[in-house]
Write a protein that binds this ligand. Structure first.
Ligand SMILES: O=C(O)CCC(=O)C(=O)O
Length: 281
């Protein structure tokens, strides 16, 4: 059981749980080097106007694959934690690398991930994301910000700002008046588990330091979408041991990413789907 009772309680109460050093220096360095040297990752990257004069850059894939990215997404440490949180079998909904580059990395507006995923036919917000710090994330380079306990507000109406869908600004302002706004500073290897209805955002990166992070998203088996979308239906996940990360990482990614099902940017609606539906739980 990766998470203690106390950690689970914190997650459910606050909508997120920060775990320091979930991944060792050796593990995260393998991921960092692999990602930064990965031409395929770069080739599949796409940008979205952030509505503040910049653009966010990310690569997104649907299946974990058998390389280093899959080793992280399928390791017992993360999948076990997701299972405890979801109280159901987790399956890989997608992973992404957020490439918030030095000086030019774009901002993310306040949003809930379920604000996007609702549109994909996912019926309940029983999904969890694991945000793994690949580089250090600080206030200067645009670390993630969250509104603590905002997952309790239910799903909020989303609308477009630039290319990104953001949560209704009037409601976010009201929520900020009552709930705590937190900056989540992280060291490489630290991991934030967060609820799909947690409001989160990040500022542009005007610093000299990149802020890359990998986010693995899991859906509960019994919460698979009722209709087809650009993300997969339930697909059993091959859990691997925590030790395998180093073994696979040392082999590096060579041709490993070929089976991850890269998502064509034209099909991706994350960070830009328009949600005009009424608010719902
Ligand atoms: O990496 C960030 O700053 C935010 C990313 C995010 O919110 C998302 O991918 O939904």
């Amino acid at each position: 059981m990766p998470l203690s009772e106390q950690q689970l309680e914190t997650y459910h109460e606050d909508g997120y749980l920060l775990i320091d050093e979930l991944f060792s220096n050796e593990e995260i360095e393998l991921l960092r080097r692999a990602a930064k040297e990965d031409k395929q990752l770069d080739d599949h990257a796409f940008s979205r106007d952030d509505g503040e004069g910049g653009a966010v850059r990310l690569s997104l894939w649907n299946h974990p694959g058998e390389g280093i990215y899959g080793a992280f997404a399928c390791c017992e440490r993360l999948v076990g934690a997701a299972e405890q949180i979801l109280q159901d079998e987790p399956y890989h909904y997608h992973s992404k690398m957020i490439m918030k580059d030095a000086r030019v990395g774009g901002a993310w507006t306040w949003h809930q991930d379920y604000g996007y995923w609702y549109q994909n036919g996912v019926l309940t917000p029983n999904l969890v994301s694991a945000f793994i710090a690949v580089d250090s994330a600080t206030r200067e380079n645009g670390c993630l910000q969250v509104i603590k306990k905002s997952h309790k507000c239910g799903r909020i109406h989303h609308q477009l700002t630039g290319d990104q869908a953001g949560a209704d600004a009037e409601r976010v302002t009201a929520i900020l008046g009552r709930f705590e706004h937190e900056y989540i500073e992280m060291k490489p290897g630290d991991t934030l588990l967060f609820h799909s209805n947690l409001l989160h955002r990040s500022d542009q990166n005007k610093s000299e330091n990149p802020r890359w992070s990998m986010i693995c998203c899991y859906n509960a088996r019994h919460n698979e979408a009722y209709k087809d979308s650009h993300h997969p239906f339930y697909t059993p996940l091959n859990r691997i041991s925590d030790e395998a990360i180093i073994q696979i990482g040392i082999k590096r990614f060579a041709d490993d990413t070929s089976n991850v099902a890269w998502l064509d940017p034209s099909r991706d609606s994350s960070a830009r789907s328009r949600d005009l539906a009424p608010e719902a739980e």
